[in-house]
Write a protein that binds this ligand. Structure first.
Ligand code: 5GP
Length: 192
């Protein structure tokens, strides 16, 4: 998506450890009219899917998912990061390894918000090694809902997550795929 690539080139910052910071327009300060265009693009790319819920993970996926949801006309549910303490049987639980914080945590979702009647679209800001999406896919599997696909704003194509998830047969749409990045250059996948 050219609009997104241009904005990343203009305002994205490459940090050590293969981290791309987009916190001036996506995941700290949020440029709402810009993110609105991302939401419209997700709808275009999943226009043939019947979606009943959008599932994301706290925190930075929530805002994007909410804006996208207005195009789909469906609720957003988000998996919460939780302590393992006091979890009862009413929750789906999955383990996620954080790319940015380098630790494993549980994410939970109340069973009452996702059932086998649902058709789910996953949304997140970044795809790196795929742990966040794999955790969400685990929750969808536990619920018996149908996974319609996954939409991410920025895929880091030099990490393994995108390939792994596509190899599982999931309809994955990334609005921009960064194939290489250094302090002063970013290369995007051309045919995306
Ligand atoms: P994964 O689970 O695919 O390894 O990483 C995805 C999660 O890690 C996303 O939810 C995102 O919050 C965070 N993340 C991964 N790479 C980056 C990055 O380069 N920049 C930022 N800001 N977040 C990232």
């Amino acid at each position: 998506m050219k609009l997104l690539e241009d904005r990343i080139l203009r305002d994205g910052i490459v940090k050590p450890g293969n981290i791309l910071k987009v916190d001036s327009f996506i995941n700290h300060q949020m440029d709402i009219s810009f993110i609105n265009e991302l939401g419209r693009e997700f709808k275009r790319r999943f226009s043939h899917n019947r979606i009943t819920k959008i599932l994301t993970i706290e925190a930075s996926g929530i805002g994007i998912a909410c804006i996208a949801a207005q195009y789909f006309g469906v609720p957003v549910i988000f998996a919460k990061k939780a302590q393992s303490l006091n979890l009862d049987g009413e929750m789906y639980i999955a383990k996620v390894e954080s790319f940015t914080h380098k630790r494993v945590y549980d994410v939970i979702l109340s069973k009452k918000f996702l059932t086998e009647q649902d058709h789910v679209l996953l949304i997140d800001d970044f795809l790196a090694n795929g742990c966040a999406l794999m955790g969400l896919m685990d929750i969808v599997k536990q619920s018996g809902a149908v996974l319609e696909g996954a939409g991410v704003v920025i895929e880091k194509g030099f990490q393994k997550g995108g390939q792994m998830i596509r190899d599982m047969g999931v309809h994955l749409e990334s609005l921009a795929i960064v194939d290489a990045m250094t302090d002063d250059s970013l290369t995007f996948r051309a045919d995306n």
